[in-house]
Design a protein around this ligand. Structure first.
Ligand code: UT7
Length: 324
């Protein structure tokens, strides 16, 4: 215990794409998108705006909120599946631009669950070394990874970044625990290939391109049940009742998934963070963006119990309980 989030930050690119803009690109309608997903707008990166640029901005805001300087950070972890370079990791460019001269840095990829998995890593480092401060970031430029002629996916996703500084405070309870899971059996329901090889000996025809491919209806079915189970799992593990949780911050994929989850948990919607209408699905960035908004708007106060939950490609999913 004593591992806490010292500050949060987030960043959305300035450019906004509306459903009406998408009507001009694919055979869809504002009405269909709003009814089936709850999404009205999403932010997308402009030219020369990369995943790490958003991560740097979110990271700086988290440092400012925490009252921590970049040189105090010992580790930077960026959760992403849309780094514009596979090497170096986006985290290294964040380290450079923040001037985090004492930090080592790497990326992880757990798709939409990336932030929860990275936060758990941060927790474990600080638990082992109380002097360490860690910058955990979820950042995505998914607009660069979409097939803009596939109406099943291009209407869903958005770009953005969210960050948290993890550190130690004597006597505070902080991060309580996680229930994190993965199952690779159903990976073909939601995936994105790496760039196609140019080696003629290993090139295959089975490569739809380096963009997101999804069987949405199937993914939907698994998402609700998986998040519900993970939430019950972490609550049971920590001996906490759902009624005692102040705020649930789920991964923002689709308003219907969020409504269904709230219904199955029998939790009042006032206690669920929802911003999918504005940002769409920002994958690893969605939870830290919502967390930052909740903190800054005063929805989370000291000693509140906060529950985060996610579901994404892999499949990967989980729930994390934090005492603020
Ligand atoms: O980030 C974590 C992982 N991702 C998710 O959690 C996403 C989970 N899935 C979903 O959110 C939903 O399944 C979608 C929003 C992707 C799709 O909604 P749906 O209600 O499951 O629709 P559907 O895929 O069953 O498609 C229904 C119909 C189809 O037409 P037919 O076959 O009934 O004639 C689609 O071709 O809607 C059609 N359709 C569209 N129509 C207008 C699919 N996309 C669009 C579109 N505009 N953009």
């Amino acid at each position: 215990m004593g591992v806490v989030i010292l500050g949060t930050g987030s960043c959305l690119p300035a450019k906004i794409v509306t459903n009406h803009d998408l009507e001009k690109i694919v055979d869809t309608s504002d009405e269909w998108i709003q009814t089936r997903t709850g999404i009205r707008t999403r932010h997308v990166c402009g030219q020369d705006e990369q995943t790490y640029n958003l991560a740097v901005e979110a990271g700086q805001r988290a440092l400012d909120a925490a009252g921590v300087t970049a040189d105090e950070i010992g580790l930077i972890i960026v959760a992403t599946m849309s780094s514009h370079t596979l090497m170096p990791a986006s985290a290294c460019l964040v380290q450079r631009d923040l001037g985090a001269v004492n930090a080592f840095a790497y990326d992880i990829n757990a798709a939409c669950s990336g932030f929860l998995f990275a936060l758990d890593l941060g927790y474990r480092y600080v638990q082992a070394d109380h002097g360490m401060k860690i910058l955990v970031i979820g950042a995505e430029n998914l607009s660069s990874r979409l097939n803009w002629s596939d109406r099943n996916t291009c209407i869903l996703f958005g770009d953005g970044a969210g960050a948290a500084v993890v550190g130690y405070r004597e006597g505070k309870s902080g991060y309580m625990g996680s229930r994190l899971l993965s199952d690779g059996h159903l990976w073909k329901l939601l995936y994105m290939y790496a760039p196609k090889s140019s080696n003629p000996q290993i090139v295959t025809d089975d490569h739809p391109g380096t963009h997101i491919v999804m069987e949405g209806r199937e993914v939907f079915k698994y998402a609700v049940k998986a998040m519900e189970d993970a939430i019950h799992g972490v609550l049971a593990k920590e001996g906490v009742a759902l009624d005692d949780v102040k705020l649930l911050i789920p991964h923002q994929a689709n308003i219907r998934i969020l409504n269904k989850l709230a219904e199955r948990l029998a939790i009042d919607k006032e206690r669920v963070c929802i911003n999918v209408s504005e940002y769409g699905n920002t994958s690893a960035a969605s939870i830290p963006i919502a967390l930052d908004e909740a903190v800054r708007s005063g929805r989370i106060l000291q000693d509140d119990l906060v529950l985060l939950c996610s579901f994404g490609g892999g499949f990967t999913w989980g729930a994390t309980l934090i005492k603020w």
